[in-house]
Write a protein that binds this ligand. Structure first.
Ligand SMILES: [Zn+2]
Length: 432
């Protein structure tokens, strides 16, 4: 099949006016100007999208798809208060609810042009639900509240694939995420990092998110100290910044560092040089009053940058282009080209998925987002500054249509109904 539009933006090269892509089964087989592709493949049907721009499916580098049903239940508030509300809501959900929630999250991602996520998973439900809907990604199994020696047993209980390099191939890959320094003690952080190195799988940590986390790691005091006492087994304040603390545990190198709001100038280079990438979530940081990340400083220091919406429990939606505008507001010198890279190829690099995703190149997965933006002469600028889920016309992943005419290409009613029930359960638990 050939798919063409007014503009094709491969990200790996300049935008192509009147461009086309040849899709062969699940992969991209050719890309170039429409006339040339029709000449090269004269017997292949061409589907044209007039007034549209085609980009790679976007990469939302930090989600918690399993928490999508919590949208709107916990209002914006101080981080340390919010973090106490989450387990109350999550405990009300069983595994089926988590699966439904992740399905709903995957649909919301697709409707915003996202086909790849860096997701924090609580078991196999999120990767299964996302794969079923056509959303690929790196799924980081979350661990917290246990000692380093209990890690393998916990992972067995949580159905973590026992041979991740083999069983986590393809479009859903698996990694680990000790939640954060105040819920995962030093031995757990070390053990999880060691295991992911052995398996050559992804590793992510929420780090340097709030002032309370900085205070805890520096002085052992503050609003998160009770949580740390209960959950971060073996923790005692090392008197370091969060980034240096991770480094001291050999858990910074190759790590996907989520949030990184509180990184002093003296830690910028250490973080940029060691982490696999930094994932910013500006709207979630606003929601939880945690502060402004040093975005420009980290970019200037050469850090690889991804962007995430975080979960629906601390954001209004999973629309990555809206999130991108929040990033640009906080780092106005960023170019439109770099901004688009952050939500495509750079995000894929942060997750270690750039071999298959993040740009439109021969051999990569046929993941396309098609945006209705007629009459543009600068597709990247217009998309970055004006695009959103409202402009989505169609989405393809693995060579299959997931969204057509701005609507999901599969029935969603049962998922929505079940999600509403899960939301009521969580709401009741939060009230009780
Ligand atoms: Zn998060």
């Amino acid at each position: 099949m050939l798919i063409s539009a007014d503009w094709v933006v491969p990200v790996s090269g300049p935008p192509i006016r009147d461009g086309a892509i040849r899709v062969d089964a699940s992969t991209i087989a050719d890309i170039g100007p429409r006339d040339e592709l029709i000449e090269r493949h004269p017997h292949v049907t061409c589907t044209d999208f007039p007034g549209c721009i085609i980009t790679p499916g976007l990469v939302n580098a930090h989600t918690h798809l399993s928490l999508t049903v919590l949208e709107g239940l916990i209002p914006p508030q101080e981080f340390h208060e919010w973090i106490g509300r989450i387990p109350i809501a999550v405990r009300a959900l069983n595994r089926d609810d988590l699966a439904v929630s992740a399905s709903l999250g995957a649909i919301e991602c697709l409707m915003a042009g996202t086909t790849v996520v860096g997701d924090i998973a609580y078991g196999p439900e999120a990767p299964a639900a996302a794969s079923d809907k056509g959303v690929a990604g790196m799924f980081f199994w979350e661990v917290l509240g246990i000692g380093g020696n209990d890690l393998e047993k916990q992972l067995q209980q949580d159905d973590f694939p026992d041979s991740p390099p083999k069983s986590c191939a393809g479009r859903a890959r698996c990694g680990l995420s000790p939640h954060a320094p105040y819920t995962s003690g030093p031995e757990l952080l070390r053990a999880a990092r060691r295991l992911t190195r052995e398996h050559n799988s992804g590793f992510a940590v929420h780090i340097a998110e709030s002032p309370a986390e900085v205070e805890l790691i520096m002085d052992g005091t503050g609003a998160l100290s009770h949580l740390a006492l209960r959950l971060a087994s073996g923790f005692s304040a090392p008197g370091l910044t969060p980034v240096r603390y991770l480094h001291s545990l050999d858990a910074l190198e190759g790590t996907v560092a989520i949030h990184c709001v509180h990184v002093p100038p003296s830690d910028i280079r250490l973080l940029a040089n060691n982490a696999q990438g930094v994932v910013f979530c500006p709207r979630s940081n606003d929601y939880l009053h945690t502060g402004l990340a040093p975005i420009t400083r980290l970019m200037n220091a050469g850090a690889r940058i991804g962007l995430g919406t975080d979960s629906s429990a601390s954001n209004t939606d999973l629309d990555l282009l809206k999130e991108l505008r929040a990033l640009i507001d906080r780092a106005p010198t960023i170019s439109s080209e770099r901004a688009l890279r952050i939500v495509t190829i750079e995000g894929a690099e942060v997750l270690g998925l750039d071999n298959s995703f993040g740009s439109l190149e021969e051999g990569k997965q046929a993941d396309l987002a098609i945006w209705h933006m007629p009459g543009t002469s600068d597709p990247i600028r217009d998309l970055v500054h004006h695009g959103s889920g409202d402009s989505i016309e169609a989405v393809m992943s693995a060579g299959l249509w997931r969204v057509r005419s701005g609507q999901p290409a599969f029935p969603t009613r049962n998922i929505e109904l079940a999600a509403r029930e899960a939301t009521s359960k969580a709401a009741k638990a939060l009230k009780g």
